[in-house]
Design a protein around this ligand. Structure first.
Ligand code: THU
Length: 147
């Protein structure tokens, strides 16, 4: 899948977000090393702090479909999902918690996962690696001294 197709999958998914409180719709598309693609969206809750981000929804789907260790590339798009296509000018980058969740997948394979961050309307994109988004991260290797 091309970068454009992966972004399109994330933008399409965002239209299915459940975001009645923030009204900020996020979609995430994850491609496996074998080219399989799964998506996720943010799912909010009346108890605000229980909302789930799109990346974590998508990582859960990825784990079921092909395993976290096989995550190759991720696209994220966020904006106004109230019309037929996702809108908005500001590029959506993964929040800190999602960076940590992506870092876990990265540690499992030793692969520096690429994250394509898009604005809502798809006109602006930034490409980052997880090692750039979360340098010196805390991962499975940090737990080796646990009793
Ligand atoms: N959100 C995500 O889904 N992913 C991110 O990386 C940033 C934030 C969601 C959480 C909440 O439902 C809404 O965007 C506003 O913060």
């Amino acid at each position: 899948m091309t970068d454009e197709q992966l972004i399109a999958a994330a933008r399409d998914a965002a239209l299915k977000a459940y975001a009645p409180y923030s009204r900020f719709s996020v979609g995430c598309a994850i491609e496996s090393v074998d080219g399989e693609v799964v998506t996720g969206v943010n799912v909010e809750n009346a108890c605000y702090r229980l909302g789930v981000c799109a990346e974590q929804s998508a990582l859960s789907a990825a784990h079921l479909a092909f395993g976290l260790q096989n995550v190759a590339r991720i696209a994220v798009a966020g904006g106004d999902g109230s019309s037929e296509t996702l809108a908005g000018d500001i590029i959506c980058t993964p929040c800190g918690g999602c960076r940590q969740a992506i870092y876990e997948a990265s540690c499992l394979s030793g692969r520096d996962i690429e994250i394509i961050c898009s604005n809502g309307n798809g006109s602006a994109v930034e490409r980052r690696s997880i090692s750039t988004l979360i340098p010196n991260g805390f991962g499975p290797a940090n737990l080796k001294d646990a009793g």
